[in-house]
Design a binder for this molecule. Structure first.
Ligand code: FAD
Ligand code: NAI
Length: 466
């Protein structure tokens, strides 16, 4: 009889866990994946990336039809009305198709799906309901959950003070949506409901939106969202909230302290970040303690401090992004199989899927300057022929290169297609490109991507179109 039930047991079937399980099975390892949710795909497919992008797409179509963008190009519609139930149903179909797709991939690759919540019994076994399952290697891929804001109680069922899951499921467009937190979720879901007709106020503790992004990008974000009608209350904190007669009343004050103000809302979205999810996992049983931020620390090969136990995705340090979790999923499986799993944590793109999109990869200008002299090239989308023709002139491309070697250290893009364009920048950086390499690469005309070539030319002072 085999010593263990499985070679690999993955806890959590999000983008980290399901990818790790599939790759482990592809490499010939007997693999199971335990998932507490009724469907596979984790936060990303069920209540994150996928449903949010479905609503972003639907709301963009509505906005273009209702507010004149289509009419400007001669596409004349009758009165445009919103069928929110149909938009929500389309979102639900996308989620169902994609989570079902993972089920299919598990069957195809012979990954056993164990339904239920896993708790460690020891370093090589977990209990799920009454069953004890053993494995030579266990991968923790339990993801993250919403960071609560003290004094602001989320109740997604009541639908007044909600988190991202509640904000994705609203059945009525709020008259006034207040978002607490001007980060990725606040701006993406704020955009959805603004486009569908809500007045949106963003209360952000810091003096700029989108922490972690390049300063020029953050300044541009404030400009763009103000222009779109967002009411931005920067350097402001929420100190209390209560619900009365189905509406919320928030108390705010300047982050640095000062006079309190009151803010009324039909719906409040709490989006102040996410935290690693290790609740009920029984880490005590294996003597593994999370760090001060609640994260499970690993070495570069994704091994935890306990032999045979590995960890990936949102539950470990690094950006909480699906593609980072997926790449770690592949790497951990390859490491377990005795191969060399590779992830370059210095080149992980990030994208905010608003209109325009905000994207970046590598170092911000400030972070690069802290390491040594840099050269910076910038090119505005207003000078890019395709963006101008499409009437999508907001934004820019910015390239930061090492002043001595010209090697590209960071690329930041604000453009309608920034999320797609950033892949080119990531690939260039992965190959160790210089700004000159990008400047001398032929880019198809007319494309938004030509702005990347022009920004690269601007690094050495020679753009053509400005
Ligand atoms: P998760 O996806 O969180 O999956 C973990 C799974 O483990 C869950 O299904 C959970 O039920 C299960 N689990 C936990 N504990 C146990 C246990 N003890 N036993 C069994 N199962 C357990 N990222 C992007 O890159 N692009 C985006 O566009 C994007 N949009 C987002 C939008 C929203 C609204 C949100 C909330 C997040 C978004 N993210 C996005 C972030 C992305 O969802 C996460 O980075 C990603 O899901 C992390 O993957 P993971 O596998 O680490 O964890
Ligand atoms: P976030 O970290 O992006 O933004 C949170 C914001 O809330 C920050 O600007 C922070 O300064 C602010 N904040 C914190 N405490 C506050 C307070 N008390 N009052 C007011 N503001 C406060 O977190 P968010 O938006 O909740 O997203 C969580 C995670 O999900 C992110 O790490 C992100 O990576 C991931 N995500 C990724 C997406 C994408 O890749 N497109 C989309 C949505 C989420």
């Amino acid at each position: 009889m085999a010593e263990y039930d499985y070679d690999v047991l993955v806890i959590g079937a999000g983008p980290g866990g399901y990818v790790a399980a599939i790759r482990a099975a592809q490499l010939g390892l007997k693999t199971a994946c335990v998932e507490a949710r009724a469907t596979l795909g984790g936060t990303c497919l069920n209540v994150g990336c996928i449903p949010s992008k479905a609503l972003l797409h639907g709301s963009e179509l509505f906005d273009e039809a209702a507010h004149g963008t289509m009419a400007k190009f001669g596409v004349v519609t009758g009165p445009v009305t919103l069928d929110l139930a149909a938009m929500q149903a389309e979102k639900a179909s996308a989620v169902k198709e994609l989570t079902g797709g993972i089920e299919y991939l598990f069957r195809k690759n012979k990954v056993t799906w164990i339904k239920g919540h896993a708790t460690f019994a020891d370093a090589h076994s977990v209990t799920v309901a009454d069953a004890r399952i053993t494995a030579k290697n266990i991968v923790i891929a339990t993801g993250s959950s919403v960071t609560p804001l003290p004094g602001v109680a989320v109740d997604n069922d009541a639908g007044v003070i909600v988190d991202s899951t509640g904000a994705l499921a609203l059945t009525k467009v709020p008259d006034h949506l207040v978002v607490i937190g001007g980060g990725v979720i606040g701006l993406e879901l704020g955009s959805v409901w603004r486009r569908l007709g809500a007045k949106v106020t963003v209360v952000e503790y810091l003096d700029q939106l989108l922490p972690g992004m390049d300063d020029d990008v953050r300044k541009e974000a404030a400009k763009v969202f103000k222009k779109q009608g967002f009411d931005l209350k920067l350097s402001t904190k929420v100190t209390a909230a209560h619900v009365a007669d189905g509406r919320a009343v928030l108390t705010t004050e300047p982050s640095a302290g000062g006079a309190a103000e009151s803010l009324d809302a039909d719906v409040v979205l709490v989006a102040i970040g996410r935290r690693p999810h290790t609740e009920g996992l029984g880490l005590d049983a294996i003597g593994l303690a999370p760090n001060a931020r609640g994260q499970i620390e690993t070495d570069a090969d994704l091994r935890t401090a306990v032999a045979g136990v590995w960890a990936i995705g949102d539950v470990i340090p690094g950006p909480m992004l699906a593609h980072k979790a997926e790449d770690e999923g592949i790497a951990v499986a390859e490491n377990i199989a005795g191969l060399t799993g590779i992830i370059n944590h210095a080149v992980i793109p990030g994208v905010v899927y608003t209109a325009p999109e905000f994207a970046g990869v590598g170092l911000t200008e400030a972070a690069a300057r802290a390491l040594g002299p840099v050269k910076v090239g910038k090119f505005p989308m207003s000078a890019n022929s395709r963006a101008k023709t499409n009437r999508e002139a907001d934004g820019f491309v910015k390239i930061i290169a090492d002043a001595q070697t010209d090697r590209v250290l960071g690329v930041w893009i604000v453009a309608t297609l920034a999320g797609t364009m950033i892949a080119q920048a990531a690939q260039a950086m992965e190959f160790g490109a210089t700004s000159e390499d990008i400047a001398y690469t032929c880019h198809a005309h007319p494309t938004h991507s030509e702005a990347i070539k022009e920004a690269a030319m601007a690094v050495t002072g020679k753009p053509i179109h400005i």
